[in-house]
Design a protein around this ligand. Structure first.
Ligand SMILES: Nc1ncnc2c1ncn2[C@@H]1O[C@H](COP(=O)(O)OP(=O)(O)OP(=O)(O)O)[C@@H](O)[C@H]1O
Ligand SMILES: [Mg+2]
Length: 280
């Protein structure tokens, strides 16, 4: 495997994530550090909008590794996640051989060996990450949307960084990918998967921290200390404090529509526009 410069300390990782626009708290920085030092996958769980996916993207930017993303959904299968054979191309190859003048048993053996070679393989994100020649970050986003069979299929990648293809043999990782799995906790993941990962729980931030994140995304907003008194602050339209307070206060009141950092960040810039207020 190709050597990849490893970070020297947790503080260094935190700083490099900050430089690429991700404000990591202590646990997030520690897990990102350990993922690189120990080469173990990271499972990030937490409510919507708290920065799970963004953490993987930020690690990719900070380490200058390409990001390969597998977006999970119900019914995702091997053919979309790992690889599939290019049947059309295989068929053309077979037809070309059967049209040849000396189409005999030896010719068929050669074709058979040929159509199950890498040339006829369509690589999907997991195989792309394993076969990559440069170090990458593999993001397996929203793993809880898949089923247990899919998780079982992932185990070989997560523990041995390899993929077995019956017709080709075992393909081992050429570089060691940093693997980040995210989950919104919509179902309990299997013990087998959890055991192979470092674990990070990301929660809603404190108001001060949220202010920092909002300020990062909408630097045009003024950040004056302002306390929330159950109403919109008088000048909330230009205050990231008002914005951050509103989102954190709205969480316990509307669990069905809890407000993550994503919402504060996305509507913060609109607060400096005239007559704009967040949807309740
Ligand atoms: N610590 C942070 N530093 C900087 N920006 C952040 C941070 N956390 C969240 N954000 C912002 O919040 C946005 C939403 O984050 P992200 O999409 O990663 O949430 P998520 O936890 O993956 O949500 P979901 O479960 O809905 O996919 C990001 O685009 C980013 O702009
Ligand atoms: Mg996400």
């Amino acid at each position: 495997m190709a050597a990849n410069p490893e970070p020297g300390s947790v503080a260094e990782v935190r700083e490099s994530l900050g430089e690429v626009g991700y404000l990591a708290d202590e646990p997030a920085a520690l897990v990102a550090y350990l993922a690189q030092r120990l080469g173990k996958p990271v499972l990030v769980e937490g409510p919507a909008g708290v920065g799970k996916t963004e953490l993987a993207k930020a690690i990719s930017r900070a380490t200058q590794r390409q990001l390969i993303r597998l977006q999970c959904y119900e019914g995702l299968d091997e053919a979309k996640a790992l690889y599939e054979w290019n049947y059309r191309k295989q068929l053309l190859r077979i037809q070309a051989e059967s049209g040849a003048e000396q189409a005999d048993a030896a010719g068929w053996d050669a074709v058979h060996g040929d159509i199950f070679s890498e040339e006829f393989l369509l690589t999907r994100p997991l195989l792309q990450a394993i076969a990559a020649t440069e170090p990458v970050v593999l993001l397996i986003d929203e793993i809880d949307k898949t089923d247990q069979e899919f998780e079982a299929m992932l185990l070989e990648v997560l523990s041995d960084f390899q993929i077995s293809i019956p017709e080709l043999g075992v393909i081992e990782a050429r570089t060691h990918p940093i693997v980040v799995l995210t989950s919104n906790n919509s179902r309990e993941l299997t013990e087998a998967l959890k055991r192979r990962c470092l674990y990070l729980w990301l929660d809603y931030p404190e108001v001060e921290r949220e202010m920092e994140i909002v300020r990062l995304h909408a630097p045009e907003l003024a950040c004056t200390p302002r306390t929330w008194r159950g109403r919109w602050p008088a000048s909330w339209s230009r205050s990231c404090t008002g914005c951050a307070s509103w989102t954190s206060r709205s969480r316990p009141r509307s669990p069905s529509r809890s407000t993550g950092r994503a919402r504060s960040c996305s509507w913060a810039p609109t607060t400096s526009m005239p007559r704009c207020s967040p949807a309740r």
